[in-house]
Design a protein around this ligand. Structure first.
Ligand code: IPE
Ligand code: MG
Length: 229
């Protein structure tokens, strides 16, 4: 969900206004996922590198996350959304950690849509932590070195047991992954849009899905259209 800051700056507004508009843009996207056949949605809300921003913006963002989760969870729960947060939550403000735990608990048995929010998330950290877990499992004799396969490695990642994404959308014009789901995106179809996140609509999502279905997914093998994958 990139481009909130520039969206606001282009209008001579404070960047936090862009983040508020960004949160507003997420609402209809989530609401329409079940209708569009999307079973899992992951959004990048705050990267482990975003702490480099001015303290005032970081502080406002933390406040906004807390407010958003507090305000939206009941509605998401009614929709049948199961909320999960990935990333290092222990570095987040205590009050935000509590709200996250509350939201996860409230929605834990929902099955309509799995929604993951990457908050203080960095894919390299996630991969290093997975390697540490595997080392511990081997040291505890729970598994042997030979048991370490791609599937086993993936089971140590934070996203387990949810599937790898089929489609990735980045708004804001940058064409890079910025430490996002590096393992899980190996065979994902990538779409980069020049629009800023607050301008992203359900129609843009529908268009992206159409583009996805036109892509040929081969997974290193032979012809396989996304529509038949
Ligand atoms: C994305 O918008 C939201 C967060 C990273 C919190 P940005 O804040 O990165 O917006 P730009 O890229 O500066 O426009
Ligand atoms: Mg940005």
């Amino acid at each position: 969900m990139d481009g909130n800051g520039r969206w606001a700056e282009n209008r001579g507004k404070n960047r936090i206004i862009g983040h508020i508009k960004g949160a507003d843009a997420l609402r209809p996207v989530v609401e329409n996922c079940p209708r569009l056949g999307i079973g899992y949605l992951t959004v990048y809300a705050f990267s482990s590198e975003n702490w480099k921003r001015p303290p005032s913006e970081v502080c406002q963002l933390m406040g906004l996350f807390e407010e958003y989760i507090l305000k939206e969870t009941h509605r998401l729960n009614k929709m049948g959304v199961k909320l999960r947060f990935i990333g290092n939550r222990h570095m987040l403000p205590n009050s935000l950690q509590k709200v996250i735990a509350w939201a996860e608990k409230m929605t834990e048995s929902n099955t309509v849509l799995g929604m993951q929010v990457a908050l203080n998330y960095g894919a390299r950290d996630e991969i290093v932590n997975a390697a540490r877990k595997l080392v511990c499992w081997v040291a505890d004799n729970q598994i042997t070195e030979e048991d370490i396969t791609c599937e086993r490695f993936a089971s140590a990642l934070e996203t387990t047991p949810w599937p790898d994404p089929d489609l990735f959308i980045r708004t804001g014009g940058e064409k890079r992954l910025s430490n996002y789901l590096l393992w899980q995106l190996s065979y994902t179809e990538l779409i980069f849009l020049d629009i800023y996140w607050p301008d992203f609509t359900v129609q843009d999502l529908e268009r992206a899905i159409e583009t996805y279905y036109e892509r040929e997914r081969r997974f290193g093998g032979m012809t396989c259209l996304a529509s038949s994958a």
